[in-house]
Write a protein that binds this ligand. Structure first.
Ligand SMILES: [Zn+2]
Length: 408
């Protein structure tokens, strides 16, 4: 079949006015323009672009109507709110594990539906447990991607169980359209040897690894000197085990562990150094950084060194993070935030973050990230005015946020 749109924005090549995409067997066969005779379906005044890719989210928080806490609150205090929220959920279920599981499934399903409605076709999802069986991942949302099993806990007597969880997750079969990955959570919640073990498993199974790293100054302080607000928080939760984290270890040490993985995503990387950027750029084949623009702004971290990282050659993808720190799961809204915060970047390079770069970071570039022959026919559509002459500029600066997933 052929579909026509006022603009086709393939990403990686210039926009095409009166673009026509030919599809066969659910894959793109040809991208061109304008002959009207064989057009089967005219989508009208819309921009057709590759389905957006959200490289980092936690859909289990998609039952939240508003982010937790308030803007610019200290990071450790926010983590405290997340823990409180999880405990309150458990208390509300009153020990009824199946009710808790039902609610978790409902939140994930809501997140998938919201993603799909925002033109997102693939996500890098962090899951605190195996996906609920009642979830129908083949349902109408048509979202795929990677399910990274979160690994978390510093206590010595939990390490064997955490490693077993990782192995079981990778041995299990993911739902159609999904792959399994691992997420050793962050330097302040997992032991370095568990990170290294995860990377070994990644080599054997080709599962990608996602790890939160260099997210806050509090994290850097904890690593450097075993002090600061995160240590205080962990202590108050009875989760601080100083012997588990070598004092003085740096984000660079974690990067060299992650460099051993088949593929690794460094989530946030807000406070990496120019030396770290060079290291990541040299390993662009397997390593990426995931910038979460509105979450970054929520915490008032200042200015993200996006232009510097891109100039250094780092692959930077984009994620929404969870609805505990972000109002919604729209990748287009993230890209608009990037355009506002980084006016020095070209619109084309910004659009690439939430499409090609995110697909490449997750290891799903053969199927997603651009409209070109061989890729899956998964698109986003955004309404466009007839007077528009630069569709990419329109995407990033327009006010219409009604992106949606194109469906047959
Ligand atoms: Zn996260």
């Amino acid at each position: 079949m052929k579909i026509r749109a006022r603009w086709v924005v393939p990403v990686g090549q210039p926009p095409i006015a009166d673009g026509v995409v030919t599809i066969a067997d659910d894959r793109v066969v040809e991208v061109g323009n304008g002959t009207s005779d064989a057009v089967v379906r005219d989508l009208g005044d819309v921009i057709l672009l590759p389905g957006l890719v959200n490289a980092h989210t936690h859909l289990e928080f998609s039952d939240l109507r508003l982010p937790l806490g308030e803007p610019r609150m200290p990071f450790a205090a926010w983590i405290g709110r997340v823990v409180e929220h999880r405990r309150a959920q458990a208390a509300a279920a009153d020990g009824n594990a199946s009710l808790l599981e039902k609610r978790r499934a409902a939140a994930i399903a809501a997140g998938l539906a919201e993603s799909s409605a925002a033109g997102v076709v693939a996500v890098g999802e962090i899951a605190t447990a195996e996906w609920p069986t009642e979830l129908d991942p083949e349902g109408p949302s048509a979202v795929g991607g990677v399910i990274f099993r979160e690994l978390l806990g510093l206590a010595g007597d939990r390490q064997a169980a955490i490693a077993a969880t990782a192995e079981q997750h990778l041995a299990g079969s993911p739902p159609p359209g999904w792959q399994h990955g691992l997420s050793p959570h962050a330097p302040y919640t997992v032991r370095p040897d568990l990170v290294a073990r995860s990377c070994q498993l990644s080599v054997v199974t080709h599962a990608p690894i996602a790890m939160h790293l260099a997210e806050s100054l509090a994290e850097l302080e904890l690593l450097a000197s075993h002090s600061g607000e995160l240590v205080e928080l962990l202590r108050s939760l009875d989760a601080w085990h100083p012997a588990a984290i070598p004092r003085g270890i740096e984000p660079a040490d974690y990067l060299s562990m992650l460099a051993q993985a088949h593929r690794a995503l460094v989530i946030h990387g807000n406070f990496l150094t120019p030396r770290d950027w060079r290291y990541l750029a040299e390993r662009k084949g397997t390593m990426s950084v995931v910038y979460c623009p509105r979450t970054f702004a929520y915490f008032g971290h200042g200015r993200y060194p996006l232009a510097e990282m891109l100039a250094a050659g780092v692959r930077v993808a984009v994620g929404t993070d969870s609805q505990a720190s972000n109002p919604d799961l729209s990748v287009l809204a993230e890209l608009r935030q990037v355009a506002r915060a980084h006016p020095e970047l070209s619109p084309e390079s910004i659009l690439a973050l939430g499409t090609l770069a995110s697909a490449e970071a997750l290891g799903i570039k053969p199927d997603f990230g651009s409209i070109e022959p061989g890729k899956l026919a998964r698109f986003a559509v955004v309404p466009v005015g007839t007077e528009v002459t630069d569709p990419v500029e329109w995407l990033l600066h327009g006010t219409d946020t009604s992106a949606s997933q194109w469906e047959l």
